[in-house]
Design a protein around this ligand. Structure first.
Ligand code: ACO
Length: 158
C-alpha cells in the first residue's frame, strides 16, 4: 500500500477546527449545490503531508448497510503518486470497520483514469445513472474529450 512518498502521508478524519478543503471537493464534483447537499451528512477524511491538506474523501452513509464514497480528490501537484489509491484503500477499511456491508462509488462515463483505479481496488460496475450529469449540472462538461453524461456506479462488498 505504501511507497516512499506515501509513507509521509497521514490519513485522518478532519478535526473540528480545521477548514474543509472545498477547492479539492470541487475538483471531484463541480457542483457546489450537490456538495453542499451531501457534505453535512458526510464524514470528511483528509490526507496530510507536513501541515498541508493534499487530499480529501467523504463517506456518506446511504443506509445502515451501504456507504457511498461521495467525493475523492488529490491536489493536482500531488496526483499520480499513490495518494488516491491509499485513500481508497483507507475508505474501504474504515467502511468495513464501521460495519457497512457495501461501499459504492460513482463517476462519469468519461472518467477513464478513475474507472481504472476503482476497478483495480476491487470495485465492480453495478449500473448506470443515465443522464445524471446532463440532468443535474447546468453546464456541459467534457473530460478526456468525451462529454460527461452518465454516472457509472461501482460497488465493493466489504
Ligand atoms: N488516468 C490514468 N490512470 C490514472 C489516472 C488518470 N487520470 N489517475 C490515476 N491513475 C492511475 C495511476 O497511474 C495508478 O495506477 P497504478 O496503480 O497502475 O500505478 C492508479 O491510478 C492510482 O493512482 P494514484 O496516484 O493513487 O491516484 P491519484 O493520487 O492521482 O488520485 C484521483 C486519483 C483522486 C482520481 C485524482 O486524480 C484526482 O483528484 N482527480 C481529480 C478529481 C477527481 O476526478 N476525483 C474523482 C471524481 S469521482 C468521485 O469523487 C466519487
Amino acid at each position: 500500500m505504501e511507497n516512499e512518498f506515501t509513507k509521509n502521508i497521514v490519513l485522518r478524519k478532519i478535526s473540528i477546527n480545521e477548514s474543509i478543503p472545498y477547492q479539492l471537493l470541487l475538483d471531484a464534483d463541480p457542483s457546489r449545490a450537490l456538495i453542499d447537499n451531501y457534505l453535512p451528512t458526510s464524514e470528511v477524511y483528509v490526507a496530510i503531508l507536513g501541515d498541508k491538506q493534499v487530499g480529501v474523501y467523504l463517506l456518506y452513509p446511504e443506509s445502515a448497510d451501504v456507504v457511498e464514497l461521495k467525493n475523492i480528490a488529490v491536489d493536482e501537484q500531488y496526483q499520480r503518486m499513490g495518494i488516491g489509491k491509499m485513500m481508497l484503500k483507507d475508505a474501504v477499511q474504515r467502511a468495513a470497520a464501521k460495519g457497512f456491508k457495501t461501499i459504492i462509488i460513482g463517476t462519469g462515463n468519461s472518467s477513464i483514469g478513475q474507472l481504472y483505479l476503482y476497478q483495480k481496488i476491487g470495485f465492480q460496475i453495478t449500473g448506470i445513472k443515465k443522464n445524471f450529469f446532463t440532468d443535474n449540472y447546468p453546464e456541459t462538461l467534457y473530460e478526456n474529450g468525451i462529454q460527461v453524461k452518465h454516472m457509472i456506479m461501482l460497488a465493493k462488498q466489504l
